[in-house]
Design a protein around this ligand. Sequence first.
Ligand code: FES
Length: 344
Amino acid sequence: MSFSVSVRQFEAPLPVEMGQTILEAALARDLPYPHGCRSGNCGACKSELISGEVEMSPYSDFALTEAEKNNGLILACRAVPWSDCEVKFLEADETVAHPLRHMQCRVVDLAAMTHDIRRICLEVKSGGPYTFSAGQYASLEFPGLPARDYSMANRPGETTLEFHIRLLPGGAVTPFVSQTLKVGDRVKVIGPYGTSYLREKHSGPIIALAGGSGLAPIKSIVDQALDIGCKQPIHLYLGVRDERDLYLEDYFRERAAAHPNLSFTPVLSEPSSATARRTGFLADIVRQDFDGVDGAKAYLAGPPVMVETAVSALEALGIRKQDCHADAFYTEADKARLSQKVPT
Ligand code: FES
């Protein structure tokens, strides 16, 4: 049995099977329903329920507040219809629509960026051409392993795709990437996904906050902004625990030297020895460095706690939540933990 969901932005009604979410049904048909985490944590699939009934599985307050829920908003990735429905997803400013590609790629380069971050570079062998917006991500599937989401670190239009993979203790993909993967191996890539992409028409200041391997999408965003000639101030911060977790420092120092509108600040949250660097959490740094940010947009990527605390700090400065484009990296363990939460 299925229900018919009429999505205002799509021509034909969407059949949704019993127990399936609206987002799952849309993605199964390769429809461009906006989304990010697919697990009720980012808010990118926020939609208006115009008519009908849905049941929502657990989600974070960050993704959908009580007030939004009371105003008839739902998360398509959590919403299972219990009747025929009509919905409308919230439109992003500067909407972009890239075709979803299912590609076979080949590893052309592998490098250790830190003790626990690997860079892998891929060449598209079939299924392209691949277009995306800076800041988006793709699903990567190594042979015999579950698919995982990683952001593109390269700029749109470049022929080699670059990903930064954080090696997680106990992760299913970690042993393979760290010990077995080699140049020449095949990888299945599906994408692009995500709504935390660079708004290229925005001319106000940019605050770009990266935590750890969250630098991947932020690198793509900053590089794209510079290379299309954005002249507004771009404040880039990279937050990591300790000295050994920093990477691409020389790269961004060189970019900042060549582009006076870019500032780059590494920040250590748990330095193991005395340091001349900035220290603390990115949320604290934002409070220290800004007192007004008229017309700014923020791009954030990293661990959920970093993203959520930094967004709160930015909102306190007067940046609207819709101008904070955030990509929180939830591990499979995070997702499992969050799915145990009591529904709000
Ligand atoms: S995709 Fe639905 S909340 Fe992230």
